[in-house]
Design a protein around this ligand. Sequence first.
Ligand SMILES: Nc1nc2c(ncn2[C@@H]2O[C@H](COP(=O)(O)OP(=O)(O)OP(=O)(O)O)[C@@H](O)[C@H]2O)c(=O)[nH]1
Length: 366
Amino acid sequence: MTSTPEAQVQELRRQLQSLLEAAKANERKLDRFDALERRLMAVESMEELVNLLLVDCRHDFQLDAAELWLLDPDGELSRALPALPMARAPRLLDTHGPLRDMFGAVRATRLVGPGHGEAVVAQAFGDDTPMRSAALLPLIRQGLLIGSLHFGSRDPERYDATSGTKFLDRLSAIAAIAIESMLNRERLRRAGMTDGLTGVHNRRYFDHRSLIEFSQAVRHRYPLACLFLDIDHFKAINDGHGHPTGDEVLRQVGGLIQRSLRTGDLAARYGGEEFVVLLPRTDLAGAREVAERIRLMVQDAPFITPDGGTLNATLSAGLAMLQPGAASFAELLNSADQALYEAKRAGRNRTVAAAADISAATAAAS
Ligand SMILES: Nc1nc2c(ncn2[C@@H]2O[C@H](COP(=O)(O)OP(=O)(O)OP(=O)(O)O)[C@@H](O)[C@H]2O)c(=O)[nH]1
């Protein structure tokens, strides 16, 4: 049956309308991708980048789930991320295995859903996931798979294996560049405030942070303790076992100090074989306990030398408390340094508190 010319015109109009709607939808999609790419290129910090990929993307693209996996074989990110204010954290992988399982040798964007990859959806979002389809974007830099970005939907048809992946491919390339440049920036930032040998903060960072800690303690009137820790007869270790062994002892002492502290405490290598520690909201008894814990750990530790041998070392600690009415942070440092001098003079391998703190504690007790 041939249709009337009016019916043919109606049909053409309908087809034209649906083409126009598809074109408009595509344009809106392009605008959204465009806006996201611009924001990715402009992020200033790791937390902003992760929030953009996991929280904003999910909202802007009306996704039901978004996940980011990042390869972190050296534990660099797992040390850095907990301190950052992130609404959602990426999953850190210590090996390539999960990425290899997901992308194989092809390493291209995958659209998976019912009948063509339920198992992969579960792999991407967990076994109990309500997601029914997903877009899995490999993040590749300089030929290496550095992570993956997963967008999930409860709608089984949202991601269909036959759909194009042009926008998603572009997004994954830009996300990978943004992640790599952010990691490099973080590395540089940390290198600028970390002592290269021991991994604790350097003097420059300490000088900056200590002033903040000082003014906070003064303003909010809480105690602030300062410890100077100095390895005993370190010159003899260098002379007797060689400089590389001295370096190794320094590295291990730095690690012991770091592990003895709470979040919010600050440890730094102050110079040579001397470390400084700031303990906010810690009283004299608490600070003495920390100093003694570190001293005993060092005393009991067998230090492993580069040639596989062991040696023993000790350290002396000088401890001082921020005094009410102290005019400057330098006064506190100075008192801790004097106390350290006393500890050395009295025979080393001991903790000595500054005279003013001992008399204040005695007066309070009597
Ligand atoms: N291996 C190594 N040695 C260092 C480093 N920085 C400083 N030193 C050495 O540390 C030694 C410090 O010696 P001294 O200041 O005489 O103190 P000490 O031998 O520890 O004696 P006391 O502190 O009085 O117990 C010097 O020999 C420095 O050369 C370093 O980064 N690595």
